[in-house]
Design a protein around this ligand. Structure first.
Ligand SMILES: NC(=O)c1ccc[n+]([C@@H]2O[C@H](COP(=O)([O-])OP(=O)(O)OC[C@H]3O[C@@H](n4cnc5c(N)ncnc54)[C@H](O)[C@@H]3O)[C@@H](O)[C@H]2O)c1
Length: 331
């Protein structure tokens, strides 16, 4: 049995726990969260032990430490777990700052465990099929890739960290990093130039943003991120790839578009896409541990590139200038 320790017991930790429950030979053995009631609730549903803090959790014998805390806390927890000899899964974005991400990459290189970053978009069935078709040259040489995710301001975060740009980076980092990581992976060429325009709205600063990205091979990326859409609209995703030999597109007007109507009149919305790839992501991560491959399925160094692009988009938003990613370093 592969034993997982969950750090954090918030929204995504609960999604991960649900995904682990669908994987044979994997159990959540331990949970920690400073909000002890959340840790106790999640642990009781998993049959896991509650630990009072991260230090005690990483003292346990575990096969994987899964870090599901806000981005500005990732580096300290991930590095401590790697230094203790653990394999680590870390939710996206890898960190809030490039300096933290680079410390994590360095810790990954000097320690024996694997570090994998939860870029779940790579595991969503439609996104994965598109990658396969591009790799098989079905659309020819890519010219332009557009990726749009729009929703209302998220309201669930513990202590409101998502609404604080110093912790979350707003939608361009929190949400856009999915797009920037996916485009880099799909295109297979590094981002070299970034320009963003945006609007501050009642949903916060930079809550509606359009970013263009130039990749080294000439492909153009267009990334739309919004937390300024009406709540009733749900979470909308649109993607379009245009290459020399064709076009590929998919969209959902609402990710949570499945509905269950019970006989007693209740209605429950659910994610018809199967929790958006989390089961496949965590299956890939745990399979990598079992087969003892020495390469992370989503390496920290790759996740750092997506972070760099998102931070450059924020800088462009701030200065109004295009950012040359080859030379730009955040302060
Ligand atoms: N892949 C996705 O689609 C997706 C979706 C949502 C969130 N996320 C990511 O998951 C992470 C968590 O987001 P969330 O929505 O679950 O937030 P959340 O606020 O719902 O939960 C975070 C939990 O971490 C706990 N926590 C904070 N500091 C801690 C520490 N030092 N040690 C242990 N626990 C600590 C908080 O008390 C809280 O319960 C973020 O990095 C976020 O970007 C990813």
């Amino acid at each position: 049995m592969l034993r997982v320790g969950l750090v954090g017991a918030g929204l995504i930790a609960n999604v991960h726990a649900g995904a682990y429950a669908q994987l044979a030979g994997v159990e959540v053995a331990a949970v920690t969260d400073p909000v002890s009631a959340k840790a106790a609730d999640l642990a009781s549903r998993c049959g896991a032990e509650v630990l009072p803090d991260v230090a005690r959790l990483i003292d346990l014998e575990l096969d994987l430490v899964d870090v599901c805390t806000p981005p500005h806390t990732h580096a300290e927890i991930v590095i401590a777990a790697l230094d203790a000899g653990h394999n680590v899964a870390c939710e996206k974005p890898i960190a809030r700052t490039l300096a933290d991400a680079r410390r994590m990459v360095a810790a990954d290189r000097r320690t024996p465990g694997l570090l994998m970053v939860g870029h779940v978009t790579r595991y969503e069935a439609d996104h994965r099929l598109a990658k396969q078709l591009v790799d098989d040259r079905q659309v020819g040489r890519l010219r332009r890739v557009a990726h749009s995710t729009t929703t209302s301001a998220p309201g669930w975060s513990e202590g409101g960290w998502l609404a604080d740009p110093r912790c979350s980076g707003g939608p361009v980092l929190d949400q856009g990093v999915h797009s920037f990581d996916y485009l880099r992976w799909l295109i297979g060429s590094p981002a070299i130039r970034v320009h963003a325009v945006g609007r501050d709205t009642a949903a916060g600063p930079g809550s509606y943003v359009l970013t263009t990205v130039r990749y080294a091979d000439g492909t153009i990326g267009v990334v739309e991120t919004s937390w300024a859409h009406p709540a009733a609209r749900g979470f909308r995703l649109q993607a379009e790839l245009v290459g020399t030999d064709g076009r590929l597109a998919w969209s959902y007007d609402d990710l949570m578009s499945g509905v269950y109507c019970s006989a007693d009149g209740g209605t429950e919305w659910y994610d018809a896409l199967g929790d958006r790839g989390f089961v496949e992501e965590l299956r890939d991560f745990t399979d990598a541990l079992r087969t003892k491959v020495r390469r992370s399925p989503v390496p920290a160094a790759e996740a750092t590139e997506g972070l760099h692009t998102a931070l450059a988009a924020l800088e462009s938003l701030h200065t109004g200038e295009a950012i040359d990613l080859v030379t730009w370093e955040p302060e």
